[in-house]
Design a protein around this ligand. Structure first.
Ligand code: PLP
Length: 453
């Protein structure tokens, strides 16, 4: 019986998909991808798609890179695995840690490795708690996150998400997580408010929350430089400096979640550099290996590290880490990925392609009556749909335009992504995307909108 099943039948029968509507999947089945080269994916029927999302904002060097294959094979033959508990080390991971510290903004000191953005953000919270316990401040444990933030799916990192769909059915968020508004001018600014007033309002809101909770209970604030999954929300340039002024006043640490922005997506190595952030802790994943193999990391600043290091006097062994922490295959892949990005000038290229993307999205959607905003930064772009621009009115959630546009785009050969928090389609192509491919991604999205709305 099983021999006659197609791969789609087998998938439907046995595979529990992440982030998938179970009943819909039972009805329509999977789109099974079998190959990827550059920015192009191919399915089981031989149909090609342009991947406008680099997978999930991550395949930055593009698919099918032969140097990555060679590195993974060589490292597998040399040392496929050894753990790093109890002072055990491996060569690629020591070199990668050194390289990340040299690249990182601010005064970062140490790197802790994990396997996903989710577990890395989870680790960050444990580091923050440990830090305050070492300092003898057991009450200082609450974490502030933002509406529309996306930080992962573990019990803690899911709690840090400011997206209602991430909590529904899972008994999240945990009670020590609190939220402030996102810096999304389209919906959050008062009519006629200047950028300065808008930013001041957000900084004041943060300060009010810290005071209401008690500064002695608030440990950290977590933020993506540009909120990706929450809608590609680009903050005003003055936003993070204003936020950090408040954080410093109350001795609250800043965790920069660079899982999407890190390693060039915004045209510089880190989004923190683009937005004037001086984080105490930085989370990276995705682009660190361009997703050729899972890897994440927590970068820890000197001042935080000094406290954590002194924790061994109080707690003995630092009892945290994963079997796959600092996996040599992943570290070797990251080194080659970073070599390729540097050697091939992929960060300036991402910036240039990002400008093209912004221009094409503005040209295709800028004056459309159902478009509330075209926005982006670096090689991240988004189009947000609204029922009306004057007065600004969202579509009813059941009537969202973005999912229909994305479905139709896929039929037309381009994979983009509908973001659930906003009626928004996102574009985050590989850095190796060509100008012609960018033009096609934008043109297909516009054709799809014309077909569905
Ligand atoms: N943080 C951000 C900003 C992300 O966009 C994501 C994933 O999209 C995560 C964390 C979680 O990463 P992972 O899916 O690798 O657990």
């Amino acid at each position: 019986m099983q021999a006659r099943m197609t791969i789609e039948d087998i998938d439907k029968e046995f595979f529990f998909h992440p982030f998938t509507h179970v009943r819909e999947h039972e009805r329509v089945g999977p789109l099974t991808i079998v190959e990827g080269h550059g920015s192009t994916l191919t399915d089981t029927r031989g149909r090609a798609y342009l991947d406008a999302m680099a997978g999930l904002w991550c395949v930055n060097i593009g698919y099918g890179n032969a140097e990555m294959a060679e590195t993974l094979r060589d490292q597998t033959e040399r040392l496929a695995y050894y753990h790093t508990f109890a002072s055990m080390g491996n060569e690629p991971v020591a070199r990668l840690a050194q390289r990340l510290i040299a690249m990182a903004p601010g005064s970062m000191s140490k790197v802790f490795f994990g396997n996903s953005g989710s577990d890395a953000n989870d680790t960050q919270v444990k580091l923050v708690w440990y830090y305050n316990n070492v300092l003898g401040r057991p009450e200082k444990k609450k974490i502030i996150s933002r509406d529309r933030g996306y930080h992962g799916v573990t019990v803690m990192s899911g709690s840090l998400c400011g997206l209602p769909n991430m909590h529904a059915g899972f008994d999240l968020p945990l009670p020590m997580v609190h939220f402030v508004r996102a810096p999304h001018r389209l919906w959050e600014a008062e009519p006629g408010q200047s950028e300065e007033e808008f930013v001041q309002g957000l900084a004041d809101e943060l300060e009010r929350l810290i005071l209401a909770e008690g500064p002695d209970t608030v440990a950290a604030f977590i933020a993506e430089p540009v909120q990706a999954a929450g809608g590609v929300i680009v903050p005003p340039k003055s936003y993070f400096p204003a936020i950090q002024e408040v954080l410093r006043k109350y001795d609250v640490l800043l965790i920069a979640d660079e899982v999407v922005c890190g390693f060039g997506r915004l045209g510089q190595n880190f989004g923190s550099e683009v937005f004037g952030m001086t984080p105490d802790l930085i989370t990276v994943a995705k682009g660190i290996t361009s997703a050729y193999i899972p890897l994440s990391a927590c970068l820890v600043s000197e001042s935080v590290w000094d406290v954590i290091a002194s924790g061994s006097d109080k707690y003995g062994v630092f009892s945290h880490g994963y079997t796959y922490s600092a996996h040599p295959l992943a570290a070797a892949a990251a080194m080659t990925n970073l070599d390729i990005i540097e050697r091939d000038g992929l960060i300036p290229q991402a910036k240039a392609r990002g400008e093209r993307l912004a221009e094409r999205l503005r040209a295709e959607f800028g004056d459309h009556p159902l478009v509330g905003e075209v926005r982006g930064d670096g090689l991240l772009g988004a189009v947000e749909f609204v029922r009306s621009t004057d007065p600004l009115t969202a579509f009813d959630p059941a009537l969202k335009v973005a999912p229909a546009v994305v479905r139709r785009s896929r039929e037309l050969g381009v994979i983009s992504r509908a973001l659930p928090a906003a009626d928004t389609i996102a574009f985050s192509p590989p850095f190796v995307v060509t100008e012609a491919e960018i033009d096609e991604m934008a043109a297909v999205a516009r054709r799809a909108l014309d077909d569905v709305a």
